[in-house]
Write a protein that binds this ligand. Structure first.
Ligand code: C2E
Ligand code: CA
Ligand code: CA
Ligand code: CA
Length: 275
């Protein structure tokens, strides 16, 4: 048994060191990437169920590595978080989002993703306000998407930051709702404008018998607390139909539109304005 254990370890070791090597290489390249302008924000529409108009867009970070090509945020965000680079990257995302806002019609909002590491910075609020002021953007047009992990570690501190952000005019959404713990107990204690139903629940609609009941409960909970409820990862008409039937406020997903470069949005916007 001992031997088998040792062999197993030997089997895994090359994989592990490759992984570590890959992370180290990514980390070094991340250093350069912001300066090189290798990052871009793609926008994905959020569509209102009531009138099927676009409420706003979620900004999703894209990295085109000079030799590797596109690298998924799923791969590089954790590396940027571990190295602390996410702070600088997050500041670039916010500034870039402010610049994009100027090219969108005044009634459209932009949502950006905020890493827990950013959120826990000492002067997160001060930094974010400084960037928005420098870019001349209106915080009311910006929604910050945070995840439940932000709330679990530091209840009171997190609530103060969120309250202050609200007072400054920012909108706040709880991302990936339902994937963390104790969702019910804390939801009412924080000033969320919106909750986003995680796409794992949406994916089960029409597949698992209980999925509709779960999604309906989340919608009722959010609506009951006065929050907008947004479903993410909507891929099929059947999912959309079940979400609308159960009172969901907004839909986001490939069915409504994939994340695309900003210049691809501009065309839709031009069409919007003409109408
Ligand atoms: P997220 O915030 O939950 O973003 C939604 C993810 O679902 C995006 O993946 C989006 O492209 C994808 N998606 C949208 N519609 C559909 C659909 O219908 N079906 C499926 N299967 N997927 C869909 P993406 O762009 O790869 O981003 C992955 C994650 O990386 C994001 O998850 C977010 O946690 C993180 N991320 C992306 N951009 C940023 C950023 O600027 N800052 C930070 N801190 N994190 C970011
Ligand atoms: Ca998000
Ligand atoms: Ca999400
Ligand atoms: Ca996610």
């Amino acid at each position: 048994a001992k031997n088998a254990g040792r062999n197993t370890w030997r089997c895994y070791r090359p994989g592990m060191s490759e992984l570590i090597e890959k992370r180290r290489a990514l980390e070094a390249d991340l250093e350069q990437a912001v300066e090189n302008g290798d990052f871009e924000l793609y926008l994905q529409p959020r569509v209102r169920c009531s009138d099927t108009e676009i409420e706003g867009y979620e900004a999703l970070l894209r990295w085109t590595h000079p030799t590797r090509g596109p690298v998924s945020p799923v791969d590089f965000i954790p590396v940027a978080e571990a190295s602390g680079k996410i702070i600088q990257l997050g500041e670039w995302v916010l500034a870039e989002a402010c610049r994009i806002l100027k090219t969108l019609p005044a009634d459209k909002r932009l949502s950006i993703n905020v890493s827990p590491i950013q959120f826990r910075q000492i002067d997160f609020l001060g930094n974010i306000e400084a960037i928005v002021a420098a870019e001349g953007a209106d915080p009311k047009r910006i929604e910050l998407e945070i995840t439940e992990s932000v709330l679990i570690d530091d209840d009171e501190g997190a609530r103060q930051v969120l309250d202050a952000l609200k007072r400054s005019g920012f909108n706040i959404a709880l991302d990936d709702f339902g994937t963390g713990y104790s969702s019910l107990s804390y939801l009412s204690r924080y000033p969320f404008d919106a909750i986003k139903i995680d796409r794992s629940f949406v994916a089960n609609l029409g597949v698992e018998a209980n999925a509709e009941a779960i999604v309906r409960s989340i919608i009722d909970l959010g609506s009951g607390l006065g929050m907008k409820v947004v479903a993410e990862g909507v891929e099929t008409i059947e999912q959309a139909r079940l979400l609308v039937t159960n009172g969901c406020d907004e839909l986001q997903g490939y069915l409504l539109g994939r994340p695309v470069p900003v210049d691809r949005i501009a065309m839709d916007v031009a069409g919007d304005v003409k109408r």
